[in-house]
Design a protein around this ligand. Structure first.
Ligand SMILES: *Cc1c(COP(=O)(O)O)cnc(C)c1O
Length: 481
């Protein structure tokens, strides 16, 4: 193309200023603001200028691109402003997965959050007295009532509860409050990494306490703890084995034994319980998991647990214990630094109310745990029927859904999954495409197939899932034509 012809083409490129006034650009500016639209146009026009320079655009293709400027700017801005945090469909069958945000909230919890988020609220105001109030009183009574209702203790008198940002914060705060400058006795079998960089020895060191390890990885006796108690001992720490299991030649004193030992020696026991489980997992065929309720009943001076694991609520850390110990925690300046916001209190209150009113099934995590394998199977079969003719080979297979969320790795319930193969795509390729869909679908791969366990898919999402699968198949087909 001659330089002259190129100059002709350059003349066809509109000015940013005039574009902003024309056709659909006022509409885009209303959505994204003038700056972003102008910047987007400048970038698009620069691309077209380059196209002319290297000769990849002729008059007709340039005219087409200019006519499509609105659409391309919109596409670019939509992509740029797409939320980083997006809802996903969890077809992994892992009910509580930290990567996927742990417990989904109940409708009541969401409603409570919306109610306090959309205006002012009495987060730190005593409305009766018209004076400043404490934020953590909003849920304290409820936490204690739920625990009493489940038999953790007979009387709430002398007991207290406080809420912080998460269980790691609760543990750190407990160690710092009760053991800074002194020794904490821990079994070598509990010097664990919970995940996400939460390592018991590191948290302990940062809390200002000195670690005193006792026993061995597989066996620690009450006498090991007893022998380690000395003038510097401030605390006995028990850590729930959240993500691993020790089998075979093992021994570990019960929490009650530790509490008895501590009482004799005048040393409090702190239990990092983790799961916040307030239901009996044995009812769902998962024996041997200790619960939050049992921990509190065990008589530890302080128990820490997560709000967004098996409790089924928002991210937070619950500290429950004797009134004097919890009061010391509250007076620690770090308590202020680790406090939770009004939205967390709102969601936690609604979550705890469900336990109090016997409506645990309104909590999605508990409802998923309770789903019968048969009902999951029916939905899997329906999904396969819907997919017929979409280039998939699908089969319903028995699987085990994992509870996750700090229960032992073996904690699982029988379930069913759709095992999928797509013509011309590996299992990994299919899984990647599903994650790239909007909404993203997260799956597991098993035996060369993509596995969709519908236990963790909300029934209302079944249709969206079918659409995603059809969309992925159609996109793949369009590419190969
Ligand atoms: C999960 C867990 C933690 C960390 O809880 P977060 O709420 O994620 O901070 C700490 N201790 C135990 C035993 C846990 O199971």
């Amino acid at each position: 193309m001659t330089e002259e012809a190129k100059s002709e083409l350059y003349r066809l490129l509109p000015q940013v200023g005039e574009l902003l006034e024309s056709e659909r650009f006022p509409e885009l500016q209303a959505r994204f603001g003038r700056e972003l639209v102008a910047e987007g146009l400048r970038r698009e026009l620069a691309g077209l200028r380059d196209g002319v320079r290297v000769g990849s655009l002729v008059e007709s293709s340039l005219a087409e691109a200019v006519a499509g400027l609105g659409a391309s700017v919109e596409r670019r801005l939509d992509e740029r402003l797409r939320p980083s945090l997006r809802p996903v469909i969890n077809a992994t069958g892992v009910i509580l997965q930290t990567n996927l945000g742990r417990a989904p909230l109940s409708a009541a919890a969401i409603e409570a959050m919306v109610a306090v988020a959309s205006g002012y609220c009495n987060v730190e105001m005593d409305l009766e007295a018209g004076e400043r109030g404490r934020r953590d009183v909003h849920v304290e009574g409820l936490i204690l009532d739920v625990l009493r209702g489940r038999g953790a203790f007979a009387e709430t008198v002398g007991r207290a509860a406080a809420v912080v940002n998460n269980c790691a914060a609760a543990t750190f705060l407990a160690l710092n409050t009760l053991a800074e400058g002194g020794e904490v006795i821990v079994s070598r079998g509990e010097l664990v990494e919970i995940g996400g960089g939460f390592r018991v020895p590191d948290i302990l060191r940062k809390s200002g306490a000195v670690l005193r390890e006792v026993g061995t990885t597989n066996r620690t006796r009450a006498s090991d703890y007893a022998e380690a108690i000395g003038p510097a001992t401030r605390l006995i720490l028990r850590v729930h084995r959240a993500n691993f299991r020790i089998e075979g030649f093992t021994e570990q004193p019960s929490l009650c034994e530790l509490v008895e030992l501590g009482e004799r020696a005048g040393v409090p026991v702190f239990d990092d319980q983790g799961t916040g489980c307030a239901v009996d997992l044995a009812e769902y065929g998962i024996p041997g998991e200790s619960t939050w309720v049992e921990s509190v009943a065990g008589g530890a001076a302080l128990v820490a647990s997560s709000g967004d694991k098996l409790l089924g609520g928002p991210q937070c850390g619950l500290l429950v214990g004797s009134e004097d110990v919890v009061e010391r925690v509250r007076r620690n300046p770090l308590f202020r630094a680790l406090r939770v916001d009004k939205l967390t209190y709102a969601a936690l209150e609604a979550t705890l109310r469900a336990y109090l009113c016997g409506q645990e099934e309104t909590l999605p995590a508990i409802a998923m745990l309770r789903l019968s394998a048969g009902s999951v199977r029916e939905r899997c079969e329906r999904l396969i029927t819907e997919l017929a003719g979409d280039d998939y080979v699908a089969e319903v297979v028995p699987v085990r859904s994992l509870v996750g969320g700090g229960t032992t790795p073996g904690a699982s319930v029988g379930s069913f999954a759709v095992a999928l193969e797509a013509g011309g795509m590996s299992d990994d390729a299919l899984a990647t495409r599903l994650r790239g869909w909007e909404p993203a679908v997260v799956t597991r791969t098993q035996g060369g197939r993509v596995s969709l366990d519908l236990r963790t898919v909300f029934p209302a999402q079944d249709a969206v899932l079918v659409e995603a699968l059809r969309g992925v198949a159609a996109a793949r087909k369009a590419e190969t034509l």
